[in-house]
Write a protein that binds this ligand. Structure first.
Ligand code: N01
Length: 533
């Protein structure tokens, strides 16, 4: 098979890949997009499980780069469902003619840097090969599914489903006895919908998570008009905020607020819905006393939602401060456990032993099921890249290097891997922020670096090892000042056996990150080695 030659290869057709492709094309670059799915959408292409929706408000979780696009796309609900977001991304792809650049159904197997040519050669599992000066990895932070290695897992004879690789057909649970393993955001969203039709649902929970109602609702015309009138301001706040959304914490510090004021602020933040609760007071995920107050408030709400004290105790998180694992955003999750056909198995008390041909065996015995749904998460932030065989200068293997903690410069540049630009990589705000906007920022940053090199006749940009080490240490130090490190979570790699531990995303805030990255650019890409072949 012949190797095609391009200026830029973009891997992935989610928010970041599409942004990068649209804007690279506008610059006149010859681009090849490679995407494992059969169409655009990234996360929203794969995660088609019932109940999947975004936990960032639709009006914010959309591209900001084109005014007409913003005005013509009318979101239907406050938190968009997976089908609606996929429809939106498909609309964006049509509008900006994205698909013509992509080869779909092609999963990248590996990429090799050619030091003499200053080019990357990329190979897919199907044998497609292509070469380009620049390689942008828009492969997503939560795109490498993880299936736990449970004894007998593959012996089950019923239906096996995984939230992160859900079939494209309608899955009918009517009359079925369904097991769900995993109670992170995916499980929490799927369980109420599965329970709506299944004959029986057994939820196997290892850790209880904090879940807060979304208070989702359809957006009526009045709300839409108001949102549109405020859109410019809303975007400004989001771009200048710490997490890419317009919401900020209460202006009065927790310690200066009266008890009544604290209660009112928690209540208001609660009503904002989902993850926004963690923004109630500045320092909620830093100061244990603020976190404790938020947790007490949460537990009172939980008592209203789950009257049975035994079930409630099992559903009460005990192993991490509130907000230090991604808060789940739910619609009737806890209420589902008050239904007679839904049962919770607390794996802390009744450990999972094995999967059998007919069901799941725990310490207390076998429960039979017709289907098992795995909602068991991802090898986050690094997994998509370590699944590939990426070889940099002197045959350095990214997979081997990332056996240790990933050392990146701004999350984008990797020492030893020139011209490899990781979008939303470890060391960038990514998953802690609104990924629609971080994807624009990351794509634009990568393209400006390419612009700079092309304008100066440079053919290579590589993060310096000392700059990457300093950035990674800075990122880890910031995380150390918070309560995040005390939580076992995918943020720290602790959900994957043998994975190096450490807080993966940059926690210093979206705006602070942009300012640091822009400063690097303004100083001629300080910390990058720019060279000519
Ligand atoms: O994955 P998770 P997820 N035996 O890792 C359990 C985003 N997202 O797909 O906590 C038994 O959070 C595991 O238990 P434990 C969002 O950022 C967003 O749900 O490790 N259980 C946990 O309960 C989110 O944070 C939305 O003890 C096992 C669950 O599986 C991220 O994606 C929707 C197990 C995994 O939870 C990941 O969410 C969906 C085992 N061997 C996802 N192994 C929105 O709302 C794992 N578990 C936008």
């Amino acid at each position: 098979m012949t190797t095609t030659e391009h200026d830029l290869i973009v891997v992935g057709a989610g928010f970041a890949g599409m942004y990068t492709t649209i804007h690279a094309a506008r610059r006149g670059l010859d681009i090849l997009g490679i995407e494992a799915g059969d169409d655009v959408g990234g996360t929203w292409y794969w995660n088609r499980y019932p109940g999947a929706r975004c936990d960032v408000e639709s009006i914010d979780y959309s591209y900001s780069f084109d005014d007409e696009l913003q005005r013509e796309w009318r979101w239907r609900e406050r938190y968009a469902t997976q089908p609606e977001i996929l429809e939106y991304l498909s609309h964006v792809a049509d509008r900006f003619d994205v698909r013509r650049h992509y080869r779909f159904g092609e999963r990248v197997a590996g990429a090799t840097w050619d030091e003499a040519a200053h080019r990357w050669t990329v190979r897919t599992q199907n044998g497609l090969t292509a070469s380009a000066r620049w390689l942008a990895m828009a492969t997503g932070g939560l795109s490498q599914p993880q299936l736990p290695d449970i004894p007998g897992r593959d012996s089950f004879t019923g239906e096996v489903l995984q939230t992160s690789a859900w079939p494209h057909r309608q899955v009918d649970f009517t009359g079925k006895r369904v097991a769900v393993i995993g109670t992170g955001s995916s499980g929490v969203q799927a369980i109420p919908l599965i329970a709506a039709t299944a004959a029986e649902v057994v939820v196997y929970q290892r850790s209880a998570n904090y879940s807060i109602p979304a208070f989702n609702h359809p957006i009526d015309d009045d709300e839409w008009d108001r949102q549109q009138q405020n859109l410019r301001r809303r975007r400004e706040l989001s771009w200048n905020g710490s997490a890419g959304s317009p919401w900020t914490s209460h202006p009065v510090p927790f310690d200066e607020a009266t008890l009544a004021e604290r209660e009112a602020v928690f209540e208001e933040s609660w009503r904002r819905g989902g993850v926004l609760f963690a923004k109630a007071f500045q320092g909620l995920t830093v100061e244990p006393r603020i976190n404790d107050a938020a947790r007490e408030f949460f537990e009172r709400k939980l008592a209203e939602r789950v009257p049975d004290p035994h079930v409630r105790a099992a559903l009460t998180p005990t192993d991490h401060p509130l907000g230090t694992k991604r808060i789940c955003t739910d619609s009737s999750y806890y209420e589902t456990f008050t239904l007679p056909h839904v049962r919770l198995v607390n794996l802390r008390e009744d450990p999972l032993v094995a999967v059998d041909p007919t069901g799941i065996r725990t310490a207390t015995g076998l429960r039979e099921h017709d289907a098992i749904v795995y909602a068991t998460g991802f090898d986050a932030m690094t997994g998509a890249l370590t699944a590939m065989d990426i070889r940099g200068r002197d045959d350095r293997s990214l997979r081997d290097e990332w056996q240790g903690f990933p050392v990146t410069y701004l999350g984008i540049g990797l020492p030893g891997f020139p011209n490899l630009l990781v979008l939303n990589g470890p060391g960038s705000p990514s998953v802690l922020s609104n990924m629609a906007l971080t994807s624009e920022q990351q794509g634009e940053y990568a393209l400006r670096l390419i612009d700079h090199c092309r304008a100066e006749g440079l053919t290579s940009a590589e993060a310096r090892a000392d700059a990457a080490t300093a950035w990674t240490e800075h990122s880890l130090e910031l995380a150390d000042r918070t309560l995040f490190g005390s939580a076992p979570s995918w943020y720290t790699g602790s959900n994957i056996e043998g994975k190096a531990r450490g807080f993966l995303p940059y926690i210093g805030g979206f705006r602070a990150y942009i300012d640091r990255a822009d400063q690097v650019a303004a100083e001629g890409y300080r910390g990058f080695i720019l060279s000519t072949r």
